[in-house]
Design a protein around this ligand. Structure first.
Ligand SMILES: Nc1ncnc2c1ncn2[C@@H]1O[C@H](COP(=O)(O)OP(=O)(O)OP(=O)(O)O)[C@@H](O)[C@H]1O
Length: 914
């Protein structure tokens, strides 16, 4: 049995109970019923202060939570049983979730003391990765999404909801785009509609089977209409409607079949309204997760100076979805600039925002009737900061900041209500009194007065009775079991008056009560009980009243989230010396002239923080330009390429950038094919993965895209790899026109620059002394002459004998190559590195408009010409190159040449000959 099957085996009613169903005790019968109606989860059944599970489920709970497996015995049998204490259930629930269980909490839904017979129980909450709402089980700064996908032919609908905050998003797209969006949102749990047929994803959501009828168009419309009166105004297609309808239906089911009152807005978005970043780009640019040894160093960690959880979640969402609307970007940049120039306001804002509670989750708890009196007070404390925050923003220049200021509703009515109703420092429990402030409710004040008078009477009793009896040691006390008593020590018992009634005998004393004391006691207890239940009712009323303002509070939360991010970006810009990026007018394709990427002294925001010194580098990548970047291993090629992409991403999320100046286009997508990594889980070899990522880029990149290619082709033989690299470079340049940075160790590729105007060479250099290489990390024009691979191997500690042998092999190979070229290559017979062999031809998918061009392109390469019709004349070129090489060899001064220089020269000559 696999793990899933093992878990599912304990869902549903235990077969051994079903076998004696009619004989079960009423309680176990109720348990079996609830297990049957919730047979997609492990039912935890409230019995007093514990959640209990029986039979197979008990064994699973005992094993997973490391609690004792006990048994419950009754007339119908002996049932294995395990229980977890409700008071600290969170830790145990987390273990069950981590082990992959779905858990249904069957709570007692009536007061056990008021129940006649069996206490009523119902499943109030399903706990699964996408439906958890308990603060302890949620990550503070990260949205936890529950998602649903629906399909209609080639169209997909995708919806997500964060049940802890009420954020609900829906979108629709073709398969590729929908999958990309799914990867970007990475819901923790996914309800998959009929026929969706999803591929394996790069994250690992729990896939939840749910009633396929929920995806039915009419059912979905009905579900959505309780959240949005006019569903048609929210979604743009039935497939979107089906996704969001099913999503909300499942979320309601998970919350004990109740409407999610705090989902006050369903927001539709179009993925094309954002800079598209697929999972590969997000991963390889290390936006959120670090793959390198510098664990924890990600772009997000560099940016995360947020003051509150609201800001942290918003920052994550801005970084995942940079904008493409230039006006919106500029509005954010204006706001960041305003705050960057105003250290005082920035500090004030930080101060205020750091005492802001997680309003979104508070509101959700309030609406779900799970908020405590402390939660209401936290809400009040947070709202108290709003006027101060507004005041900080008084007279700000930025349009966005003043809009945010205006949307900060001070919610005076809500604040005032909470302030009047709830005491300053309420207890955690809401059923035991002490929650409602004096003066809020007349009846409560009366009842409290009665109890108070009674207590006062009791507190004076001791003195009165001492005087009446003449027993100085007489004491009045109280205990939970016996209530109030008058205690007299044994030597004084003969002085006890007649109206004393014996209550309890101790070793050295006797305890008594008087009829009057009893009467007062009953009065006090009645009044205290009445006060507690009145307080509870009043508290629920206040909570319900506040819940009706959810939408207003959410709007404040929204504005505070944005503010915290803008303030954070300003802080980061100042602390790290970032500059405001300038955008060209319109996108690349819409502009003329200087439309490419121009960065002066750019830095990699994460690497620069991880080391003492960082060498800034310029970038000048014109529209449609392809930069081929060569240089030794470890010289900084990948860092350089990534820093360009990160600058673009930062700029489009509204952040300043690590550079002296940056003039940028608005790019529509950032594509990366960076580093060779196996996708064993996805069943792809390194090379297959590399090729499918390349295919993805060649199909989808546009002239507004930025493409990073790092060592494409290295997963196969040199000849094939080089051919693929060359064909891809030419295609990206000739057909796609995307701005491209291509790092390569194929030095032979660099001559593409001679053939195509938009292709140019950049290289990174290193100096070598006594066999050791020092990297300069600075980019320069033109191709590099050597990769210094053997020297880097030496630096990395490869044993000296191996390094020495490698060095000799390289020298011999270079010498052979020269000899080969001299003896066997005749003009017109040079090796054609551009010609892919059969098994490496890119597959013709013929799916996108670019496919046909791509296929034609590869055809062209095979037939020795290019699709752009530029006939090259290999023979005359070869003659010329051979002559130049011969001249250079003749002129070389071998006496003053170091072995490395000789090797470089050889490599260069060889490259040119080939
Ligand atoms: N501009 C820079 N200034 C200072 N250090 C740098 C710079 N660029 C890169 N480095 C350092 O050099 C290391 C190697 O850089 P990087 O991985 O970019 O090299 P590479 O040329 O892509 O190597 P390979 O070809 O082996 O993939 C980085 O981890 C970083 O520590």
């Amino acid at each position: 049995m696999n793990a899933d099957a093992q878990r599912e085996a304990v869902y549903g009613a235990p077969p051994e109970m079903l076998a004696v169903r009619d004989d079960l005790t009423p309680m176990l019968s109720q348990y079996a019923d609830l297990c049957e109606t919730h047979d997609d989860a492990l039912v935890l059944f409230q019995v007093g202060d514990f959640y209990e599970a029986f039979c197979g489920a008990a064994e699973a709970v005992a094993r997973t939570c490391e609690v004792t497996l006990t048994k419950r015995e009754d007339s119908t049998g002996t049932w294995p049983m395990a229980g977890i204490p409700i008071d600290n259930a969170a830790g145990y629930l987390e273990r069950l979730l981590d082990a992959g269980y779905r858990v249904a909490l069957a709570d007692q839904v009536e007061d056990a003391s008021e129940a006649s017979g069996l206490v009523d129980r119902a499943v109030t909450q399903l706990i699964t990765p996408g439906t958890v709402v308990d603060e302890e089980l949620l990550e503070a700064g990260r949205a936890t999404y529950l998602g649903a996908v629906a399909r209609d032919g080639d169209d997909y609908g995708l919806a997500v909801v964060d049940v802890s905050t009420g954020e609900c998003l829906v979108t629709g797209a073709d398969r590729a785009l929908a999958l990309e969006e799914l990867e970007r949102l990475a819901p923790a749990e996914l309800v998959v509609g009929p026929d969706c047929d999803l591929p394996s994803l790069s994250f690992d959501p729990m896939e939840t089977p749910f009633d396929p009828d929920a995806f039915d168009t009419e059912t979905a419309r009905e579900t959505l209409s309780t959240y949005a009166p006019r569903p048609a105004a929210v979604v743009e297609s039935t497939v979107e409607l089906r996704a969001v309808g099913a999503l909300l239906a499942y979320a309601e089911y998970a919350q004990g079949d109740s409407k999610l009152e705090y989902v006050t807005r369903v927001t539709r978005f179009d993925p094309r309204e954002f800079l598209q970043l697929d999972a590969t780009a997000i991963r390889s640019l290390e936006l959120f997760d670090s793959r390198s040894a510098r664990a924890g160093s990600t772009l997000f960690s560099v940016l995360d100076e947020t003051a509150c959880a609201l800001g942290r979640r918003r920052l994550e969402s801005w970084l995942r979805r940079p904008l493409v609307d230039q006006n919106a970007i500029e509005a954010r940049l204006d706001a960041v600039e305003t705050l960057a120039d105003d250290a005082l306001s920035r500090a004030d804002l930080r101060d205020h925002l750091s005492s802001v509670y997680d309003l979104e989750r508070l509101v959700a708890r309030i609406a779900r009737e799970r908020a405590s009196a402390r939660d209401l007070r936290s809400l009040k404390t947070t709202l108290d900061r709003v006027p101060e925050i507004r005041a900080t923003l008084d007279g700000v220049e930025s349009g966005l900041l003043s809009d945010l200021r205006d949307s900060l509703d001070e919610l005076e009515d809500v604040r005032d209500h909470i302030d009047r109703a709830i005491v300053d420092d309420p207890p955690q429990e809401i059923t035991e009194g002490g929650v409602i402030a004096p003066g809020y409710d007349d009846e409560l004040d009366d009842v409290r007065g009665t109890a108070e008078d009674g207590r006062e009477w009791v507190s004076n009793l001791e003195a009165r009775e001492q005087e009446r009896t003449g027993i100085d040691s007489l004491e009045v006390g109280y205990n939970q079991v016996h209530g109030y008593y008058i205690e007299v020590t044994n030597p004084n018992l003969d002085r006890v008056p007649d109206d004393y009634v014996r209550r309890q005998t101790l070793k050295n004393s006797e305890r008594f009560y008087t009829p009057e004391l009893k009467e007062r006691e009953d009065e006090i207890l009645r009044a205290a009980d009445r006060a507690d239940s009145l307080e509870y009712d009043l508290f629920c009323e206040v909570r319900a009243d506040v819940a009706t303002e959810s939408e207003r509070i959410q709007a404040v939360a929204d504005a505070l989230s944005d503010l915290d991010v803008l303030r954070t970006l300003a802080d980061v810009a100042v602390a790290n010396d970032y500059a405001r990026p300038q955008f060209h007018d319109g996108t690349v394709s819409g502009a003329s002239g200087d439309a490419g990427i121009e960065i002066d002294a750019g830095r990699h925001p994460v690497v620069e923080r991880a080391q003492d010194e960082f060498v800034p580098n310029p970038t000048s990548l014109p529209q449609g330009g392809v930069a081929l970047i060569t240089g030794p291993n470890m010289s900084g090629k990948s860092t350089y390429m990534r820093q360009v992409a990160l600058v673009c991403i930062l700029a489009q999320m509204g952040s300043f950038v690590p550079a002296d100046t940056a003039r940028l286009p608005v790019v529509d997508r950032v594509f990366t094919r960076v580093g060779a990594s196996d996708d064993i889980a996805g069943g792809q070899s390194t090379f297959m993965r590399e090729m499918s990522e390349l295919t993805e880029i060649l199909h989808n990149a546009t002239e507004d895209s930025l493409v990073l290619l790092d060592e494409v082709g290295r997963g196969t033989s040199t000849t094939d790899g080089l051919a693929i690299a060359r064909a891809a470079t030419e295609f990206v340049h000739d057909e796609v026109g995307a701005m491209t940075l291509f790092a390569t160790h194929y030095h032979d590729l660099t001559d593409t620059a001679d053939e195509r105007e938009g292709v140019f060479n950049l290289h990174f250099t290193a100096t070598q002394t006594d066999g050791d290489v020092t990297f300069l990390h600075s980019v320069a024009e033109g191709p590099s002459s050597s990769s210094y691979g053997v020297e880097v191997a030496h630096l990395a500690g490869v044993p000296a004998t191996v390094v020495e042998r490698a060095r000799r092999l390289v020298e011999a190979d270079a010498a052979d190559a020269v000899a080969d070229e001299g003896s066997s290559t005749k003009p017109g017979q040079h090796r054609d590195h551009t010609k892919p062999t059969e098994q490496t031809q890119p597959t013709n998918h013929a799916q996108s408009p670019q496919d046909e061009t791509l296929a034609a392109y590869v055809d062209g390469l095979e037939n020795g010409h290019h699709t752009d019709g530029d006939a090259v004349s290999p023979e005359s070129d070869a003659d010329r190159v051979a002559r130049d090489v011969a001249d250079e060899l003749r002129e070389a001064d071998l006496v003053d040449t170091t072995p490395l220089e000789a090797l470089n020269l050889l490599s260069d000559l060889k490259r040119r000959l080939e």
